[in-house]
Design a protein around this ligand. Sequence first.
Ligand code: NAD
Length: 367
Amino acid sequence: MNTLSRRRALRLGAFASLAPYLKLRAQEGGEKKLGIALLGLGDYATHQLGPALKKTRNARLAAIVTGSPDKVPKWQKEYEIPDSGVYDYETLEKIADNKDVDVIYVVTPTALHPEFTIRALEAGKHVICEKPMAPTAEDCARMIKAAADAKKMLQIGYRLHWDPFHLRLMEAIKTKEFGAWKAIDVSDAGRMNDFTRHNAWRVDKELGIAGALYDLGVYCVQAALYSAQENPLKVTAKHWTEREKEFSEVPEHWEWELEFSGGRKAKGFASYGKNGNHVKVETEKGEIRIDPAYGYSGQKGYTPAGPMDLKPVFQQQLQIEGQIEAILGGKPSRVPGEMGRRDIQIVRGIMEAAESGKAYEFAKFDY
Ligand code: NAD
């Protein structure tokens, strides 16, 4: 066993002992589902994760954690959540006593992910944390340690690992179906014109850290890495801002180039000022492309052999089901905290490169 898989096996061992108990719970009465608590009832929780949890076969919404009491009645009614399943951010620790909650799903602004994730793990619950994982790689390391200490799983909400178009791309690269890859081009960008409501924290340095680079760029980093099937060696980058007033704290546009083995390059672009939504991978036998790529639906994919003939799925439903399966089966997650930390290491490298104007060389990655 190589060092990497030994480390993964050790990590797995930490929670594998829970697998029989959790499996039993899932099977009790034929349809026992693991209970999830959504922490942060904003846009994504309301319009994607809540509806997904109505469909998941192995999980149900059992509790809510919110700082907005006005949201509580609607959620309680819609999801039949008892009073005993309602928490606020101050009373979160009490969730430790709630046997109906197995997993806490953290869906707050980025800067709050570490605190809530660690508190949830310390309360003895598994955690799914939304992307991007945390402001810094050190924060990610603290979150990973908290999971290991609590013997619980920590997974990231990377829904595209259950999207058939992205899975098709990963498979084609892994099997070298169209030969080795030669160049990658990824872009996730959308012009933001309303800076209120859930966009306000995204352009706030303290909560959103570096704007589009974190929120959208992390999807580009993900796509580049599963297109390359290896980690990058170095990066050059730049950022710029056109609307100075709206983007006084974080840059409006980010552009970078990751360099991989053999000098192969992956260009990346993330922006709140322009539009972009693709993964393009040039292979020896032609282009693999997903365009549009990152939405909740509407993907279109192409390979050198023709268009991808794939049906759309409810990404978040499949994601949560897959993440619960990993918990129940004591299996490694497709999207562990370690993957989230690797991506934040790359995002921070992009920031360093943009600030210095020089290439940033990555230290060795643990994942
Ligand atoms: P949102 O602003 O709509 O929701 C954020 C929630 O956090 C709100 O309920 C808000 O009340 C709560 N919150 C708690 N403390 C807060 C504070 N100090 N300041 C602001 N809000 C606070 O944002 P969203 O679009 O739902 O995004 C939430 C998380 O989900 C982010 O991490 C985001 O990156 C992620 N997300 C992921 C996807 C995806 O495709 N996986 C899509 C959208 C959002």
